[in-house]
Write a protein that binds this ligand. Structure first.
Ligand code: NAD
Length: 492
């Protein structure tokens, strides 16, 4: 594995990327980046101003209206996306290294999963770039003259992309691939705590040969650079992934401006272990869903609903799993869980566990800070019920709540008793139960006998407080387009 210093030296630290040029933000401000696994500074990101966002939007608009990008055929846009996918694969170790440094997650996770998925996403949507079709309509004549109507599937224009810190490369790839394959140009703002891998991605976009200004990067604060994107009159769509609280704000500002918006927000997802659950894979999958990325995963199955007849066995096996998780240096090959992203997140996670105990729940294992530099917390399991604050609010940490149920009706009712609706997991061997739960569970996805098998061909969406609109899949692509009507009436 490469040394961190040489990976960090690749980045134009403190700079933003506007119209193909890396430069400092207008007022030269920057912010120190901390490696959460050591609590030591590792670099800087630039803090873009509203004027920088203006310049980025202007560059994206110019490229969209009259630039080389606007003249490329769908096939040529697809070729660039395909090339980018190849570059991401070649750069896999660097991207994974930057994610691990930025957010403290084990290096093997982005290396084995998210970075390859990012490459696959660009490749998948490369194939869509020349397949954006409209429809034709056979209509009666109009005032005695022949009429022919059709629709054109067109890009929206400039898409503003705002991403969270927890899976920065993959989420940026999801949004960039669909926006670009549809023919848009982009201004992207990654999270303050995780901008490095997106900076690297933008370097690869340059290297692939995308015309300058097609993708512009503004790093910096949500309330400044993020809000400037959301409120910008020349941004046609905002594609946001982040917390439900900020998502609501983005939604209200975007809707006041009558702007299209896609929101992928928080979750409090159930995973249901029926009496006939295939226990080996179920316990393994439940543990991965709770502890991968230190539980900082929107799709984490953080409410583990277990049939009462298997509760003792599941509890024993899950506790054993939690206790066997190796917590430590993100770059050590044996490490399975690294550090939380920052001190605020550590305090928040510990406060939820304390709060659950105060509300009468039992901590089965974990619940303490791991005493080492950085922001490490133990894998934690709590036994309780669905009215606990821990069951209602997203913790975004390695904390699983076990809740028993007696029959399928109760499992469905508990699973749906939440404001969220992102994912749901069902562990069962009974196909009739699958059919029933798949319809009944209120969530954007129901996964059966596996946690989190995302694929670029599958739509990704949350309902209720988990989001609005789709990402990925055909629907995710089309959400970056407008279907325009053309009616042609014969001249007399
Ligand atoms: P966050 O909402 O704090 O920040 C997300 C992004 O929004 C960041 O880039 C931030 O700078 C920006 N931002 C903050 N305030 C803003 C404002 N007023 N206007 C515009 N932008 C603003 O979220 P986070 O802590 O970075 O990420 C964790 C959250 O993301 C969790 O709730 C998690 O569930 C969610 N998430 C959802 C999905 C999904 O697909 N549904 C995926 C990953 C993460």
């Amino acid at each position: 594995m490469t040394a961190s210093s040489s990976v960090l030296a690749l980045l134009p630290q403190g700079k933003i990327h506007v119209g193909g040029v890396w430069r400092e933000p207008g007022d030269g401000r920057s912010q120190v980046v901390i490696n959460p696994a050591t609590a030591q500074p590792i670099g800087r990101i630039g803090l873009a101003t509203p004027a920088d966002v203006d310049a980025a939007v202007a560059a994206a608009r110019a490229q969209f209206e009259t630039g080389e990008w606007s003249r490329l055929s769908g096939a040529d846009k697809g070729r660039l996306l395909w090339k980018l996918a190849d570059l991401i694969e070649q750069d896999r170790a660097t991207l994974a290294h930057l994610e691990a440094l930025d957010i403290g997650r084990p290096y093997f996770e982005p290396f084995a999963i998210e970075v390859p998925l990012a490459a696959d996403t660009f490749r998948h949507f490369a194939g869509w770039a020349d397949k954006l079709e409209g429809s034709t309509f056979a209509l009666p004549s109009f005032m005695g003259r022949d009429r022919f109507s059709y629709t054109l599937r067109l890009p929206l224009g400039v898409v503003g992309i705002i991403t969270p810190w927890n899976a920065p490369t993959m989420i940026a790839a999801w949004k960039l691939a669909t926006a670009l394959a549809a023919g848009n140009t982009v201004v992207i703002k990654p999270a303050e705590d995780a901008s490095f891998s997106t900076m690297r991605l933008v370097q690869l976009i340059e290297q692939a040969g995308f015309p300058p200004g097609t993708v512009n990067l503004v790093t910096g604060e949500g309330e400044v650079a993020g809000e400037a994107i959301v409120n910008h009159p020349d941004v046609d769509k905002v594609s946001f992934t982040g917390s439900t609280a900020v998502g609501r704000k983005v939604a209200s500002q975007a809707s006041a401006a009558l702007k299209k918006v896609t929101l992928e927000l928080g979750g409090k997802s159930p995973q249901i272990l029926r009496r006939d659950a295939p226990l080996d894979v179920a316990v393994e999958g439940a543990a991965i869903s709770l502890f991968a990325n230190q539980g900082q995963t929107c799709a984490s199955g953080s409410r583990v609903l277990v049939h009462r007849e298997i509760l003792d066995e599941v509890t024993e096996r899950l506790v054993e799993k939690a206790r066997s998780v190796v917590v430590g240096d993100p770059f050590a090959p044996e490490t399975q869980m690294g550090s939380l992203v920052n001190a605020r997140q550590l305090d928040r996670v510990l406060a939820y566990v304390d709060g659950a105990q105060a509300e009468g729940a039992t901590v089965l294992t974990g619940g303490q800070r791991v005493e080492r530099p950085g922001f490490f917390v133990e894998p934690t399991l709590v036994m309780g019920h669905n009215r606990l604050t821990l069951a209602r609010e997203e913790v975004f940490g390695p904390v699983g709540l076990l809740v028993p149920f007696d029959d399928d009706d109760e499992a469905i009712s508990l699973a749906n008793d939440t404001d969220y609706g992102l994912t749901s997991v069902l562990w069962t061997r009974d196909v009739s139960a699958v059919n029933r739960f798949a319809r009944a569970l209120r969530a954007g996805s129901t996964w059966v006998n596996a946690w989190g098998p995302p694929h670029p061909a599958l739509p990704w969406l949350g309902i209720r407080s988990s989001g609005l609109g789709e990402e990925l899949g055909r629907q995710g692509l089309l959400s970056n387009t407008v279907e325009k009507v053309v009616s042609v009436v014969s001249a007399p």
